[in-house]
Write a protein that binds this ligand. Structure first.
Ligand SMILES: [Zn+2]
Length: 190
């Protein structure tokens, strides 16, 4: 398994993976391309035997999947004075799960965030309708949680923005845990 920086050549594949594992809609592609072209989209790709096993990406600033103006304001207030990024996506393909790939990508990204001078990141963690929240422990190992909020039915309006859920379809009942994680220089070792 090898970890590589995401490049422009990965955009088609990231979009395809997004549509399979996260949310779909034409907005997804345009949003990724715009932030990549602006130089504020970055992260890593895990490659196993020539095949992509996963992606874990960030973008600069506070950016949520669909608009939540009050929450965005609050996140900006909580991170005032800090150089901040937001997790864009973390996904491991079905065939490659259970091998610790997410943890390895997290360790790689933690070093990258430090090099870029990112001091904290926001993350919108997906909570499935059954209440499970599998990605949470990966993020929480990357630093110290300095703010969090659980938000049931977080994606209920997502269909209005052309975003559908891979589990629920149009009427998404999934929730989210929003967290701000402080990246400290010598902590967060996985
Ligand atoms: Zn859902």
């Amino acid at each position: 398994m090898e970890l590589k920086s995401i490049t422009g050549e990965d955009l088609d594949e990231i979009t395809r993976y997004y549509e399979t594992y996260l949310n779909s809609g034409e907005k997804v592609r345009n949003a990724i391309k715009a932030t990549f072209d602006a130089g504020i989209y970055y992260g890593c790709r895990a490659v196993s035997e020539g095949e992509t096993a996963g992606y874990f990406s960030f973008q600069d600033g506070i950016a949520l999947t669909c608009p939540h103006p009050d929450l965005e304001e609050e996140l900006k207030k909580e991170t005032t004075g800090l150089s901040v990024a937001t997790v864009d996506a973390m996904m491991v393909t079905k065939d490659h799960r259970g091998r610790g790939i997410a943890g390895q990508m997290a360790a790689w990204n933690l070093e990258m965030l430090k090099k870029r001078g990112i001091e904290a990141f926001a993350v919108e963690i997906w909570v499935y309708p059954d209440g499970s929240c599998p990605a949470r422990r990966i993020y929480e190992k990357m630093g110290k949680v300095i703010w969090k909020r659980e938000i049931p039915m977080f994606y209920k309006d997502a269909h209005r923005y052309g975003i559908s859920c891979p589990i629920c379809g149009q009427n998404c009942k999934c929730g989210a845990v929003m967290e701000i994680i402080r990246v400290t220089k010598n902590e967060g070792v996985l």
